[in-house]
Design a protein around this ligand. Structure first.
Ligand SMILES: Cc1cc2nc3c(=O)[nH]c(=O)nc-3n(C[C@H](O)[C@H](O)[C@H](O)COP(=O)(O)O)c2cc1C
Length: 169
């Protein structure tokens, strides 16, 4: 077994929240599924990062527009996640969902638990991927119920038990 195989087997055990990262290519919305979204810092200026394979069709548009929006999915959105990680053409992906622009012009999806509208602050390449560090310029929270979509061991899943934070206080 190669190191890469062992790495992938290990990473399959990392449960991740699932996002659709969107951007705008002139007037055409683009987006793809990502689990590599990470919060970087909250203050004084909130920022997050996402790692984007250079083969992903939105990659060039993120570079050109200097914008992207991270949309966190809920457990009912596994089909949407499949659509945005499939070979279905970008315009047909957006025909399946409502969206609106927040500040940068990148699409915020109506179904998202939260949408983080970002301007690219820094980008650097690591092998096959570009790490985009985004300065968050707007946040929208759309749902009160927080039931996130997860990806673990190669499949979409939901938390089996989840105590709303109010129950912990
Ligand atoms: C659960 C899951 C997580 C993914 N995470 C990422 C990611 O973080 N970065 C990335 O570049 N591609 C990721 N992908 C792959 C892209 O979503 C997929 O290649 C997509 O089809 C690319 O968009 P395109 O078809 O428009 O090129 C992920 C796919 C899945 C199913």
């Amino acid at each position: 077994m190669t190191d890469a195989d062992l790495f992938k087997r290990g990473m399959r055990r990392l449960a991740s929240g699932v996002s659709i990262v969107t951007t705008i290519d002139e007037t055409t919305p683009q987006g793809f599924v990502a689990t590599s979204v990470t919060s970087v810092c909250a203050a004084p200026s909130p920022s997050l990062l996402v790692c984007v394979n250079r083969e992903v069709s939105s990659h060039g548009a993120i570079h050109r527009s200097g914008t992207f929006c991270v949309n966190l999915l809920s457990e009912t959105d596994a089909e949407l996640a499949r659509l945005f990680s499939s070979s279905v053409h970008r315009e047909r992906r957006f025909a399946q969902c409502e969206w609106r622009a927040l500040t940068t012009g990148a699409p915020a999806l109506s179904v998202a638990l939260a949408s983080f509208d970002c301007k690219v602050q820094t980008a650097f390449d690591v092998e096959s991927h570009t790490v985009f560090l985004g300065k968050v310029v707007a946040v929208e929270l759309s749902h009160d119920a927080i039931q996130p979509l997860l990806y673990v061991d190669g499949r979409f899943d939901a938390l089996r038990s989840f105590a709303p934070s109010a129950a912990l206080t």
